[in-house]
Design a protein around this ligand. Structure first.
Ligand SMILES: Nc1ncnc2c1ncn2[C@@H]1O[C@H](COP(=O)(O)OP(=O)(O)OP(=O)(O)O)[C@@H](O)[C@H]1O
Ligand SMILES: [Mg+2]
Length: 234
């Protein structure tokens, strides 16, 4: 009993010292962690292509030439304009900036950008993939759609190019509505403006896209052969 009392007394006397040491160790750990994060962020600039490939960005757009540094990296955008004005390039550049500004997480003890962060898909290809998955009995229909509703950032390239059927309309509605309801960041490119989408696709889809994105209107001639200009629509 006396031993326990003595030990408590000793612990009491050394409380401040123990606390100070623990705090010093915590501060050291935090400093080490910050250094590790800074190091990762510097490396990320050199490794960015690796991540963009993982997210589905096509090879041609791994080094986008558009300047999207002034955009809000938390917001959804609707890039609209005629053929070849740089919509896909703009969306890829925005995704690149978002990834460069994302705080890394730890996977198996190593810092990384989680592979579930983003998905870059062309809408016709996405619909083709969903349709072919539906045909396979082994795949749950909800599972394949979840891939597009749950991902944190979704880039839908070329909305409106697909041939519109009841099924296409319903599938796009499910994906866009789920993202709208969960307030998930969605970046869309299209040759059609929102009025045209309302007419050709569905007014419910157009209304949700209007609410969840800011429009960036691209003008000018086909960049594949000349120059175009990017302007923000208020
Ligand atoms: N800011 C830019 N500076 C230089 N080249 C650019 C720029 N933006 C796009 N380009 C180039 O212009 C070409 C067309 O761009 P992009 O494919 O993004 O156009 P788009 O609007 O998506 O066309 P489409 O409607 O056919 O899908 C690409 O080769 C791309 O690399
Ligand atoms: Mg395009």
């Amino acid at each position: 009993m006396q031993e326990i009392t003595d030990f408590r007394k000793l612990l009491d006397e050394r409380k401040d010292d123990i606390l100070a040491r623990t705090q010093a160790l915590d501060a050291e750990d935090r400093e080490k962690e910050l250094e590790e994060i800074n190091c990762f962020k510097n490396d990320l600039k050199n490794n960015i292509e690796k991540y963009l490939v993982k997210f589905g960005v096509p090879k041609r757009f791994l080094n986008p030439r558009s300047h999207t540094d002034k955009l809000n990296f938390q917001k959804g955008y609707f890039f609209h304009g005629p053929v070849g004005t740089g919509k896909t390039d703009g969306a890829a550049s925005l995704l690149k900036n978002i990834v460069l500004n994302t705080e890394p997480g730890k996977e198996s003890g190593r810092l990384t950008i989680p592979s579930e962060l983003a998905l870059f898909v062309s809408v016709p290809m996405m619909l083709l993939n969903i349709r072919s998955a539906f045909k396979k009995d082994s795949i749950d229909e909800n599972e394949i759609i979840k891939k597009y509703t749950k991902v944190k950032i979704l880039v839908l390239d070329d909305l409106g190019t697909e041939k519109v059927s009841e099924w296409v309309m319903q599938t796009l509605y499910i994906i866009i509505n789920a993202r709208y309801e969960d307030e998930k960041q969605t970046i869309i490119t299209s040759n059609y403006d929102l009025n045209e989408i309302k007419e050709s696709l569905n007014d419910k889809i157009a209304s949700r896209i209007t609410a969840m994105t800011e429009t960036i209107h691209l003008t000018g001639i086909d960049r594949r052969s000349g120059l175009s200009v990017m302007t923000m629509v208020k």
